[in-house]
Design a protein around this ligand. Structure first.
Ligand SMILES: Cc1ncc(COP(=O)(O)O)c(C=O)c1O
Length: 390
């Protein structure tokens, strides 16, 4: 038996090599501190669990759900967009669709819009699915470098004219994984203009829309006047409400974008369990105080890590959003070398920056998904091993 050639084009799984090493160390009895996973470690809030308990006892939730999500769920999504971002006038029939978490919707959007030979404009470093989905669709990824000197925003002026003309999708993700960078509404407006000029569907992956600190509130690309003419936005309940395992989100915005995605999904999956949609509606009624309570857990961990690394000479500032701290490796090391050193000398597991694209070289990523004591311990292990920035 021979799997399809396209599978050979998919780059190796980011964690494959580090996982292999970690398993070996665990077998030798090493206590590994895993700072690699973007998977919240605390429970889904109580009011969401309660809504799920009630919904699952209601037999009307047990049959096939509507492909695009229940009307009730889509209305809740539209209301949330209005309350959270001030985006009004979204049509729950044509401008919103439920998704099984955002990963599948991201992948399926490529299948809906990219033909062999088309380009996709994707960030580097970036969430690996943008690249693999381009390959699955037979397209050509054109990577937009995210550089520290540009505040990890793509420089649209460097995209060659002939590539822009052949591009079908432009992907952005702010707050950004892995860099923790933010984008302003002004920058979103530039992207909207660019995508209008070249007739590109602008795809904003907003997986971390609620994961922000110090009072910062990330904007939506649909707040830009005319944004809906070219943009769709991917929302997910996974990270904000500790719901990664539940698999629910929604995509909202341009009706052609939503219709294309809907056509693929109608032929691939059968929607999200209706009980989960009811639980998600409860999630969208989370009060600001409750949300801040959830975020305070990560903000505290962020401060432990950032202050700890600063005390060891690292030139970093606390990120205002996401679950991650994007950290430069000390001079003289490659990302892979430094990540290996952390695992071998300290039993600390982190992904190398270049696992997110060539422009991630020189960095590694820390996820804020383990308890405070383990964060303190990680810093202590660095101190004990004499590892400093310079
Ligand atoms: C940038 C980004 N987009 C999308 C996702 C997918 O999240 P989910 O499918 O759980 O909504 C992730 C998860 O790590 C992510 O980091």
């Amino acid at each position: 038996m021979q799997p399809a050639k396209r599978l050979e084009q998919i780059p190796p799984y980011l964690f494959a090599e580090i996982n292999r090493k970690r398993e070996k160390l665990v077998a030798e009895g090493v206590d590994i501190i895993n700072l690699a996973l973007g998977d919240p470690d605390t429970q889904t809030p109580e009011h969401i669990l309660q809504a799920m308990h009630t919904a699952i006892d209601d037999v009307s939730t047990h049959n096939y759900p509507p492909y695009q999500g229940t009307r009730e769920f889509r209305e809740a999504a539209v209301n949330w967009m209005e309350n959270r971002f001030g985006v009004t006038g979204l049509n729950p029939e044509t401008e919103v669709i439920s998704s099984i978490g955002s990963k599948e919707a991201i992948h399926n959007t490529f299948l809906a819009f990219v033909e062999p030979g088309d380009y996709t404009l994707i960030p580097d470093p970036g969430y690996p699915v943008y690249q693999t989905a381009t390959i699955f669709a037979g397209g050509e990824p054109y990577t937009m470098p995210l550089k520290a000197e540009n505040n990890f925003l793509p420089d649209l002026n460097t995209i060659p004219e002939e590539i822009a003309r052949k591009a079908k999708l432009l992907w952005i993700n702010y707050p950004n994984n892995p860099t923790g960078a933010l984008a302003s509404l002004e920058f979103f407006a530039e992207l909207v203009d660019f995508c209008k000029q070249y007739n590109i569907l602008l795809c904003h992956d907003h997986a971390y829309s609620e994961m922000a600190y110090d009072g910062y509130k990330p904007p939506s690309v649909l707040q830009v006047p005319g944004g809906k003419d070219v943009a769709i936005e991917f929302h997910s309940l996974s990270k904000s409400y500790n719901m990664t395992g539940w698999r629910i989100g929604f995509v909202v915005g341009n009706a052609i974008g939503i219709q294309g995605l809907r056509q693929v999904k109608t032929n691939v999956d059968s929607g999200v369990f209706k009980a989960i949609q009811k639980a998600a509606i409860a999630a969208y009624s989370t009060t600001e105080a409750e949300l801040q309570n959830l975020m305070s857990v990560y903000q505290k961990r962020r401060d432990i890590i950032v202050q700890g690394l600063q005390s060891l000479g690292w030139p970093i500032e606390p990120p205002k959003a996401t679950l991650y701290v994007w950290v430069p490796v000390p001079p003289g090391y490659s990302s892979a070398e430094f990540v290996d050193l952390l695992l071998d000398k300290c039993g600390i597991m982190v992904p190398p920056g270049n696992g997110y694209g060539a422009n991630g070289e020189g960095f590694f990523r820390i996820a804020l998904t383990i308890p405070d004591e383990r964060m303190h311990e990680a810093i202590q292990r660095l101190k004990d091993a004499g590892i400093r920035y310079a």
